[in-house]
Design a protein around this ligand. Structure first.
Ligand code: BG6
Ligand code: MG
Length: 218
């Protein structure tokens, strides 16, 4: 029986993935490094410091840990200025009615975001009331594609991972869901998310019936 749906945040609940992209791009440009959307795909779902390593790869720059921390903080400060603009109108299409529908059918709802800014974004969206569990990325050892954060969310909800569906826009995220033993829904393109059990091009296509159908199919 489908007990819970566990969501990624950035790029699934709201389009904050775009702000992450813009903030990393601004930092890269400041450092004179090339950065495009193809490279950005590799950053999705990945922690702040691991993302910085990907931004810096092939740069020839040799930075101390302190300098790296300063760059990551700079990106985050810029990102935080961008997410201040988020309002409840920024829930991605279909998400509000999906969360209402899951709640009405007694399905638990969890969040498994790698972002330390997730609680702030939920607050800006006024979306916190839908989530019975928000897994803290600060309390896990390994980020996506490791399943840890999805397993933590399931544990917090008190549900068996086998009875969960995970929803993600990142390749690392879909891999994490699958490694957790959950059914996976990918929102995006088959270039990155071809491995997902169900691939949708937009959150607009999500519905409770679709998720029950996915869970119940053999
Ligand atoms: C993930 C995003 O949700 O959170 C990544 O997909 C981001 O792009 C990561 O790097 C960490 O976010 P933050 O807000 O803690 O820097
Ligand atoms: Mg995401």
């Amino acid at each position: 029986k489908l007990e819970a749906v566990i969501f990624d945040l950035d790029g699934v609940i709201t389009d904050s993935a775009e702000y992450h992209y813009l903030a990393w791009k601004a930092l890269a440009e400041e450092l004179g490094l090339s950065f495009d959307r193809a490279k950005n795909e590799r950053l999705k779902g990945v922690s702040r410091m691991e993302s910085l390593e990907i931004v810096l790869e092939d740069s020839g720059l040799h930075l101390s840990e302190k300098e790296k921390l300063e760059l990551a903080t700079k990106k985050n400060e810029n990102y935080k200025r961008m997410i201040e603009r988020i309002t409840p109108a920024d829930l991605l299409p279909g998400i509000g009615s999906l969360l209402d529908g899951l709640q009405a059918r007694g399905v638990s709802i969890g969040l498994a975001s790698a972002s330390h800014n997730a609680p702030l974004i939920l607050e800006r969206l006024e979306a916190g009331h839908w989530f019975q569990a928000v897994a803290d990325p600060g309390s896990i050892a390994k980020g996506k594609p490791d399943p840890e954060i999805f397993l933590l969310a399931a544990e917090m909800l008190g549900v068996d991972p086998m009875n969960c569906i995970g929803v993600e826009d990142a390749e690392a995220g879909v891999r994490a869901i699958q490694a957790a033993g959950m059914k996976s829904v990918g929102i995006g393109s088959s270039d990155q998310l071809g491995a997902a059990d169900l691939l949708l091009s937009s959150t607009f296509e999500l519905s409770t019936d679709l998720l029950f159908g996915l869970f119940n199919r053999q």
